[in-house]
Design a binder for this molecule. Structure first.
Ligand code: SF4
Length: 467
């Protein structure tokens, strides 16, 4: 990171930077009247500032004849460190004098630069990170024996799921399916049952496909290069990077949400971390930090510090962070508002009625389609609207022995929310076609989605089982 801003008060031959006060709109408006052209860089950021007068704006005065090559020379971390919108103006010397008078600036800028002294030393950053990891790495089941298979299983499970929640699933899965071969030969219902409660079931379906492909094309092992791993079903850039670096010690990055968040803060990046191009950009940046002989520890250390210190959905714990001296987000005070993420779209709300049908000691289950949400899992009878007790009683009147209202429940998927009410119905006969299973089968054989956990537990309580 270069320290300070280069200011030229006398020579108009080199680019100059100024910190201005005023909204982006005002400044652009003024600039377009006084100089050849004004470009607003990083429109996303600028939108954020556009209505807020009094914010800092970084003004870049370009006096060269061709603006883009000059502009391209501005180091990435130079302007990102200021967390301010950047306006690039193509000016002539005469108007520059006017601008110098207008943009408060030089004095303020000099003072600002002196005060900020933003620091970032890649080597020191990496050393501090690894030192911290050596002393603070958690003992996790998949770290004790980092074989490619175990690393892969753990990384897939850890997507969207907390470490503590994954631990028992991981042990159970590895015990039941200790090798790629066992996974490739496992039947779908066994897999779904092993995955029950983890959610995002297409992960485990892809794992089976991937295991089969490894058996056919890679002699029963996961390939040992990032590029080959990337070709397998269900393995994206992050997972390929994690397996290649942790299990095979390849010098490649593994960039997940934790890593993006940490680096956004460390480099004060305003890029939207949900965008693919941001992930690609950070992969390239992080590649330069990875020490050749400790790529496994480096990638795990970044994930670990993202999970324990530079945390999501809360203020980063900069006061205990070993990276603070190399973190420009901390130094500039910008860390708390980063990373930038596009606002999520509102979820669609679907209203449901869940009917838990019971006939003597058997429970009705329906298998969902093999495609789409919760594909292939088993559910109770589901109606696509919320029905009243009276309506349900009328619908089952000939068959009904007893009807018990159950509590309302809500389940949130990534794009949809289920708002459910439910009833337990004791029927005279197994009046609906589908699976009628025993309590034991319900617990051991059929995978029920977490969304219906409330109703599954209510049923088990009703029939005297353990949930
Ligand atoms: S100093 Fe703060 S913002 Fe920077 S990496 Fe550490 S916790 Fe994150």
């Amino acid at each position: 990171m270069k320290k300070g801003i280069q200011i030229s008060m006398k020579s108009y031959e080199i680019p100059s930077f100024f910190m201005c006060k005023g909204s982006v709109c005002d400044i652009i408006h003024f600039m377009t009247r006084t100089c050849n052209q004004a470009y607003q860089y990083n429109s996303h950021l600028s939108r954020h500032f556009v209505n807020s007068t009094g914010q800092r704006t970084l003004l870049f005065l370009n006096t060269s004849s061709c603006i883009y090559p000059t502009f391209a020379q501005i180091p990435f971390d130079f302007y990102s460190a200021f967390s301010a919108p950047l306006i690039v103006c193509d000016v002539c010397p005469v108007s520059t004098r006017i601008l110098l008078a207008f943009s408060l600036p030089a004095v303020f800028t000099l003072w600002y630069n002196k005060r900020m002294k933003l620091q970032h030393d890649k080597k020191k950053f990496t050393e501090q990170l690894l030192d911290w990891y050596d002393q603070n790495a958690r003992v996790l089941p998949w770290r004790e024996d980092a074989s490619p298979y175990r690393v892969w299983v753990s990384e897939i499970m850890l997507q969207q799921t907390r470490v503590e929640a994954v631990k028992p699933y991981f042990e159970r899965f590895i015990q039941a399916l200790p090798s790629l071969k066992a996974l490739a030969e496992a039947d779908e219902d066994t897999l779904r049952k092993l995955w029950e409660g983890l959610g995002y079931y297409n992960r485990v379906r892809n794992m089976k496909k991937c295991a089969m492909e490894c058996m056919e094309r890679h002699n029963g092992v996961l390939p040992d290069t990032y590029e080959e791993l990337l070709k397998l079903p269900g393995i994206g850039a992050y997972t390929a990077g994690a397996i290649a670096s942790i299990a095979y010690k390849r010098c490649v990055p593994a960039v997940d949400g934790n890593v993006l968040r940490v680096f956004s803060r460390v480099l004060v990046s305003e890029d939207d971390i949900l965008k693919e191009r941001t992930k690609k950009k950070f992969q390239d940046i992080i590649q330069e930090y990875i020490p050749e002989h400790r790529s496994d520890a480096f990638n795990q250390a970044l994930m670990e510090i993202g999970a324990l210190v530079c945390v999501p959905n809360a203020a980063p714990r900069c006061n205990i962070c070993p990276l603070a001296s190399e973190c420009m987000g901390y130094q500039s005070g910008a860390a708390h508002r980063l990373p930038n993420k596009t606002a999520k779209k509102d979820r669609r709300i679907e209203k449901k009625t869940v009917l838990v049908l019971l006939c003597k000691d058997r429970v009705y289950l329906h298998k969902r389609d093999e495609q789409g949400l919760l594909a292939g899992l088993y559910e109770f009878m589901m109606l696509d609207e919320q029905k009243s007790r009276k309506e349900i009683t009328q619908e089952f009147q000939d068959q009904l022995l007893r009807l018990v209202p159950l509590r309302k429940a809500k389940h949130i998927f990534s794009h949809v929310e289920w708002h459910m009410n439910g009833y337990l119905l004791e029927l005279k006969q197994e009046a609906v076609e589908g699976v009628w299973c025993t309590k034991d089968e319900l617990q051991k054989t059929y995978a029920i989605p977490t969304a219906l956990k409330v109703y599954r537990e209510a049923l088990l309580t009703w029939i005297g089982g353990d949930s």
